[in-house]
Design a protein around this ligand. Structure first.
Ligand code: GLU
Length: 507
């Protein structure tokens, strides 16, 4: 196999959708697996769609996801520059080459003329295409006399250079996922390759750059499959057939119900992010949620994405990035669309959070505590995390599951009070206070022994004591084991909360 060089080539037209992150991920896994190179190229030839901040967003998203590049717009490399607007001068000569060998031509039709034709065709329920069937009736260098073309060019009128699609020819695209795809060229149109403002369009710039950057495999979303026959033709017209990359078009990411492509709008409508990071639209100010800010771990996000369109063929579902690199193969990428599943996204995050050590979890919880101005020791936070490590789905749940370790109950759950707080409860808890006072050291084992002796002496069930005790300590009937919790919170605070419960909880 030739040296593997793959690229992720987003256009900075807005925030990167998770489908784009998945494309980048599969390219990255492929590059790493074959000891190849992975390149980040920014395709910004369509300046009309440029969105400020999008490029930085792309770079930051991929870096948060743990997807690394060997060359690219943000790190440079031997084929720099990696941004198409900075490569503007490169493309003209290739457009000229196509003009010279007769596979492209100048077209002078104005936007108004073309618009008129489009509307005229529409009124007859037909679709206008600038192509083999129509080009000879239009205003271009194939129909105008040579000297008129020269005059127009020298006058500096606006023109475009269009590819000359062959009449009825079967074009074959070999796709590593879809197999052989054939298309009748009559279905293609004479796409614009270059404009008189000196900018190439996506098709020309993409093919030229893939060639110049020695790209071996083009791995991209299925939405680009219709462009592939044109790209195959361009490689041929430019005389680069032998260097043409192999193609792999990835399946679409579908809405959770399978009805259509997962769109940018779906996420916040259906209650999950479709963007890796939070994005604020620079024009409208509209905010879209991100995986990072919603409390997903990058490793869970990546594992979940890897499985949207690929599977290892075994039962194993948890894969680190290194494991994905060694297991990934293009052959196992599915042809059909992959349905986004929010439950599965939660499942992955829960798995990764619960596998973390108390020290790692403390690092995630500390920023939340800081935000709430809660001052405490790392040691205490780690002890808390050890007790709640499997209770959080998203990072903010670490706080929701542990707030009572840091704050006294502000209120008591009325339903729980009604169910378990009896007339004799205050006296029972008051007596229990003296039992706890004598538990020394105040560790789980000694609390346990003292408590068991106490309930035995009183002739009551454990629940009769533990339930109201939990209510006084936590404010409701949730939380980890009482003995563990009491040992971590500590004697003074526990006694204080029981006293507060006795005085504040009313039936
Ligand atoms: N610029 C294209 C995009 O925005 C790249 C398509 C390709 O990978 O060829 O996705």
């Amino acid at each position: 196999m030739r040296e593997v060089r793959v690229r992720f080539a987003p256009s900075p037209t807005g925030p990167l959708h998770i489908g784009g992150v998945r494309t980048a991920l599969y390219n990255y896994l492929f590059a790493r697996k074959y000891n190849g190179k992975f390149i980040l190229r920014i395709e910004d030839t369509d300046q009309g769609r440029f969105v400020p901040g999008a490029e930085q967003y792309i770079v930051e998203s991929l870096s948060w996801s743990g997807i690394q590049f060997d060359e690219g717009v943000h790190i440079g490399g031997p084929f720099a520059p990696y941004k198409q607007s900075d490569r503007k001068e490169i493309y003209h000569q290739y457009a000229l080459q196509l003009l010279q060998n007769g596979t492209a031509y100048y077209a002078f039709d104005t936007p108004e003329e073309l618009d008129f034709l489009r509307k005229d065709y529409e009124s007859r329920k037909e679709t206008f295409q600038y192509g083999p069937q129509t080009r000879m009736g239009l205003k271009n260098s194939l129909t105008l006399p040579e000297n008129e073309v020269k005059t127009l060019l020298s006058e500096g009128v606006h023109y475009v250079i269009r590819v000359k699609i062959p009449d009825h020819e079967t074009i074959t695209v070999h796709d590593l996922i879809r197999g052989v795809v054939t298309v009748d060229s009559a279905l293609l149109d004479d796409k614009v390759l270059y404009k008189s403002d000196g900018m190439p369009t996506y098709h020309l710039a993409n093919v030229v750059d893939d060639y110049l950057m020695k790209i071996s495999h083009v791995i991209r979303g299925e939405e680009w499959l219709p462009s592939a026959p044109l790209h195959v033709l361009l490689y041929r017209f430019l005389g680069w057939e032998n260097e043409m990359p192999e193609f792999a078009h990835l399946p679409l990411l579908l809405k959770p119900d399978g009805n259509g492509k997962l769109s940018k709008r779906d996420g916040d409508r259906l209650g999950f992010p479709v963007f890796p990071l939070r994005w604020t639209d620079p024009k409208s100010g509209e905010v879209s949620s991100g995986y990072r800010e919603s409390g997903y771990l990058p490793e869970a996000f990546i594992n979940m994405l890897a499985f949207l369109g690929w599977n290892p063929g075994t039962e194993k579902e948890l894969f680190s990035m290194d494991e994905l690199v060694s297991e990934f193969s293009i052959e196992r990428v599915s042809k059909s669309g992959a349905k986004f599943d929010v439950e599965k996204a939660h499942w992955y995050n829960h798995q990764y959070i619960s596998k973390k050590s108390p020290a790692e979890l403390a690092e995630l919880l500390l920023p939340i505590l800081n935000e709430k101005n809660i001052e405490t020791s790392i040691d205490y936070v780690e002890q808390v995390c050890a007790l709640i490590h499997d209770r959080a789905v998203l990072i903010p749940d670490l706080w929701k599951q542990s707030d009572f370790f840091f704050l006294d109950p502000q209120s008591y759950d009325e339903k729980v009070v009604a169910k378990i707080w009896k007339a004799e409860t205050p006296a029972l808890l008051a007596e229990y206070i003296s039992v706890l006072e004598s538990a020394d050291p105040f560790i789980k084992e000694s609390i346990e022994v003292a408590t068991k002796d106490f309930v035995q002496l009183k002739g009551i069930g454990m629940g009769q004591l533990m339930n109201p005790l939990r209510l006084a300590v936590v404010g409701t009937n949730a939380g980890p084991g009482m003995m563990d919790m009491m040992a971590v919170i500590g004697k003074d605070f526990i006694l204080q909360r029981i006293r507060q419960g006795i005085s504040k909880i009313k039936i």
